[in-house]
Design a protein around this ligand. Structure first.
Ligand SMILES: Nc1ncnc2c1ncn2[C@@H]1O[C@H](COP(=O)(O)OP(=O)(O)OP(=O)(O)O)[C@@H](O)[C@H]1O
Ligand SMILES: [Mg+2]
Length: 285
């Protein structure tokens, strides 16, 4: 498998290879799936997962939109997109009612668009609080464009604020990234309980698609123990794939490249290929 991936290094060949893999394993396509990547704890690889999953889907010829809803703008930087490339910013869309279409930027990767973040999103949270229908803004803005995409992924900041509530309201499902550490596990429980309260209060249908263990270093015994604990507690809700710690994944954002462009044969790329397959299987089952 590793060798097979290494053989396909040029973008065109890589794209064809992904298209074949995905169409073989997933003949039926679920349309218009909107997924939020969330976690209360920072640094659990939400952005790394959102960017590389979006790239995997796009390389498999699914029309994919990634929305960077984190004022840190890391997904935008990761993809090497300049915020000024968009005619309007996400802040304008949410606060001034600008058209969401004007915030969409193409990326280097065929089939993959990005709505970049901007630093002003940090204050949007506060400003939205005073507006009517504040939790529904993103869902309403996405409605006219969602038919144009197979998959829409939303990368969120490490908190459950009004922006991430907007993301959850707009989403069909959500993925939680969790690194195997004590604080991450505590944060996971708090997050699940908080989402349940939000769902109940707002009568939302958004479902947990799965919990993804990230930054996994299997050389440490404690890592396996945390993963076993996760699986025994949350059972099949935990993805079978774990994302291993990998230096190429650490390096790739600094080069503004997805892992498939940076080193398509590395362990990190393989982890995201396996995760991408599992994601598609869960979305279509
Ligand atoms: N599998 C991995 N192996 C090594 N480094 C990784 C891996 N995944 C992510 N990283 C690195 O860990 C750091 C945190 O990752 P990332 O920014 O994706 O997390 P995040 O959950 O989005 O963070 P935040 O909560 O601040 O938004 C980054 O420096 C990233 O490059
Ligand atoms: Mg992030």
């Amino acid at each position: 498998m590793l060798e097979a991936v290494r053989l396909f290094r040029t973008p065109d060949a890589l794209r064809d290879q992904f298209a074949i893999q995905i169409s073989c394993s997933n003949p039926s396509r679920e349309k218009n799936m909107i997924t939020s990547l969330i976690s209360m704890k920072g640094g659990t690889a939400k952005t790394t997962t959102a960017v590389n999953l979006a790239a995997y889907l796009a390389l498999g010829q699914f029309k994919t939109l990634l929305i960077d809803l984190d004022p840190q703008t890391f997904a935008t930087i990761y993809l090497g997109v300049e915020i000024q490339e968009a005619k309007v910013s996400m802040s304008d869309v949410l606060l001034k009612g600008s058209d969401l279409c004007d915030a969409i930027c193409p990326t280097r990767i065929p089939n993959m668009d990005l709505i970049p973040s901007d630093r002003r999103l940090a204050s949007v949270d506060l400003l939205l609080a005073a507006t009517c229908g504040r939790e529904e803004k993103l869902r309403q803005k996405l409605e006219p464009i969602r038919d144009g995409y197979d998959y829409i992924l939303i990368d969120n900041a490490p908190s459950l604020n009004l922006l991430s509530v907007n993301a959850l309201v707009a989403s069909d499902n959500y993925v939680i990234t969790v690194s195997p550490s004590f604080f991450s596990m505590v944060g996971l429980q708090t997050l699940l309980e908080t989402v349940e309260v939000i769902k109940k209060n707002m009568d939302l249908k958004v479902e947990l698609l799965g919990i993804l263990p990230t930054l996994v270093d299997l050389r440490m015994k404690i890592t396996s123990e945390y993963i076993e604990l996760l699986r025994s507690h949350f059972q099949e809700k935990v993805f079978r794939t774990v994302i291993r710690q990998n230096v190429k994944l650490l390096e790739s954002p600094a080069h503004g490249k997805t892992i498939f462009e940076y080193d398509s044969g590395c362990v990190g790329a393989l982890c995201y290929i396996y995760f991408g397959k599992e994601f598609l299987a869960r979305c279509t089952s």
